[in-house]
Design a protein around this ligand. Structure first.
Ligand SMILES: C[S@@+](CC[C@H](N)C(=O)[O-])C[C@H]1O[C@@H](n2cnc3c(N)ncnc32)[C@H](O)[C@@H]1O
Length: 209
């Protein structure tokens, strides 16, 4: 019989709440540069609706905003209240600004209407899901027909997994699964895998609804 999942959400929220104040100073400047490079490869168009899952301090927001423009819409969701406050400050400085929504929630509880997003980004967040298959199903369900799920990191899978192991504590076992597990998860979620890359400067999965 499958083991019941533990509910580590409060501890994960507390972990990221206490990191929020110095998150931007802690992450390498390469994080933003590499994410921008990933986004340049994606055909994000003006007017599109984007969800940023685990938005943190909102690093993706300005990059997405310049692509979707004033007619687009960006929803940012995070467990951590402190992270969302940082995102809110960042958003205030972005002009022109798309329609924006900030939501403090656990994405695995599916807090959005299904089938509405052209893009669902899960940037530097996937390892933190306790039920990774369930999270993949939820994110896939939020896409409109033809929409894309993007799971990305600005480092390789090995580097991300090693980082979490070295930090330990609540994130100690938070890892990106292997390619086979990702392929199965994406297929079972009803998506078509378009790209799965693991390089020193990026982990990138793109799958289409
Ligand atoms: C490593 S940080 C990355 C933040 C940001 N995406 C970046 O690249 O700087 C992971 C973020 O995911 C959030 N998170 C983790 N599990 C989540 C969940 N189940 N639902 C929503 N957000 C979650 C955390 O609170 C944290 O802010």
């Amino acid at each position: 019989m499958a083991q019941p999942l533990q509910n580590n959400i409060p501890a994960i929220r507390a972990f990221f709440d206490q990191l929020a104040g110095h998150w931007d100073a802690t992450v390498s400047p390469r994080h933003g540069e590499r994410l921008e490079r990933i986004l340049r490869r994606l055909p994000i168009a003006a007017g599109e609706r984007v969800l940023d899952v685990g938005c943190g301090t909102g690093i993706l927001f300005p990059m997405l905003a310049k692509r979707v423009g004033e007619t687009g819409c960006i929803a940012s969701v995070d467990l951590s209240h402190a992270m969302l406050l940082k995102t809110s400050t960042r958003i205030a400085g972005v002009m022109p600004r798309p329609a924006s929504l900030l939501l403090e929630a656990d994405i695995t509880l599916s807090p959005f209407r299904k089938g509405v997003f052209d893009w669902v980004f899960c940037n530097s967040c996937f390892p933190h899901f306790e039920d990774q298959r369930g999270a993949c199903d939820v994110m896939a369900g939020l896409l409109c027909p033809g929409g894309r799920l993007v799971i990305c990191h600005s480092e390789s899978r090995e580097a991300i997994n090693a980082l979490h192991r070295s930090v330990g504590g609540i994130v100690g076992g938070h890892e990106l699964p292997d390619d086979g597990t990702f392929r199965t998860m994406v297929r079972r979620a009803g998506l078509v895998l378009e790209s799965l890359e693991d390089r020193e400067d990026a982990f990138l999965l793109i799958a289409r609804a």
